[in-house]
Ligand binder design. Structure first.
Ligand SMILES: C[S@@+](CC[C@H](N)C(=O)[O-])C[C@H]1O[C@@H](n2cnc3c(N)ncnc32)[C@H](O)[C@@H]1O
Length: 238
């Protein structure tokens, strides 16, 4: 992963989706053949358990990719809607899991309008919040989609282990896809935040951290990811 601060924010936010468009088929293959060891060993089960622990009935899987999580949750009897901007990914999801879950091709900025009539018990974002300003806008727009007691779960790279100690300051990084299978092109931009910056983001977007989990890799014993559980803060009456 390398630093990339010279690109303008808008260009790099746009590049996030272009990258997933270009790598949709390689990503689908990597996920479905369990090429990513941390997912296989830790983070897949961690997010399934975290969701089920809340006993939700209706779940929104934002940035669902090729649909594995929506498929797993639907197999447990949950009503799941998976959203992703990349049609090749939602098509793959539909083909494999479409009998159990619903999949819609949408970028995040269209989600609040498209789903305005729906309420979910739980929103889950599994390694799918990759941008900077776009993520802040998304978080601000989501509270109306949650039931009163609803929660959002965000699983993401752990701020303490995702980059080296001397690189732990906010900014764009690049995933070079090393060791996760064949067929990937270019590199994928993602925005690194320190733990404090995640907390500031939640505060600014009116979310309250209820708890966080740090699932450990069984071999390295390092945190393999972090899972934030958030509830929407009531807005102060003016
Ligand atoms: C690392 S993949 C994770 C996919 C899936 N959640 C999983 O666990 O396999 C990130 C996903 O987020 C989606 N994504 C990122 N930014 C998005 C946006 N602005 N609108 C919709 N989907 C987005 C990408 O298309 C991609 O499928």
């Amino acid at each position: 992963m390398t630093n990339n601060s010279s690109r303008t924010t808008n260009a790099i936010e746009t590049e996030v989706l272009q990258t997933w468009h270009d790598n949709a088929s390689a990503w689908t293959n990597a996920v479905r053949t369990y090429q990513i060891a941390s997912r296989r060993l830790v983070t897949n089960q961690a997010i399934i358990d975290a969701v089920l622990n809340h006993q939700p009935r209706k779940v929104l899987d934002l940035g669902c990719g090729e649909g594995w999580l929506a498929g797993q949750l639907a197999a447990k009897g949950l009503l799941v809607t998976g959203i992703d901007a990349i049609a090749e990914l939602t098509d793959a999801a539909q083909q494999r899991y479409g009998e159990k879950a619903e999949f819609i091709t949408l970028p995040y900025d269209q989600v609040p309008t498209a789903l305005a009539r729906q309420k979910f018990d739980l929103i889950v974002c599994n390694f799918s919040l990759l941008g900077n300003e776009s993520v802040a806008k998304l978080l601000q727009s989501l509270p109306p989609l949650l039931n009163e007691a609803g929660v959002m779960l965000i699983q993401t790279l752990h701020p303490d282990t995702a980059v080296k100690a001397d690189e732990q300051s906010d900014g764009w990084r690049r995933e070079t896809w090393q060791g996760i299978g064949k067929g990937f092109r270019g590199s994928a931009p993602w925005y690194y935040r320190t733990r404090t910056s995640w907390q500031t983001l939640f505060d600014n977007c009116h979310w309250q951290l209820r708890y966080c989990l740090e699932p450990k890799h069984p071999q390295t014993l390092q945190a393999a990811s972090i899972i934030f559980c958030l509830e929407s803060k009531p807005r102060q009456a003016i």
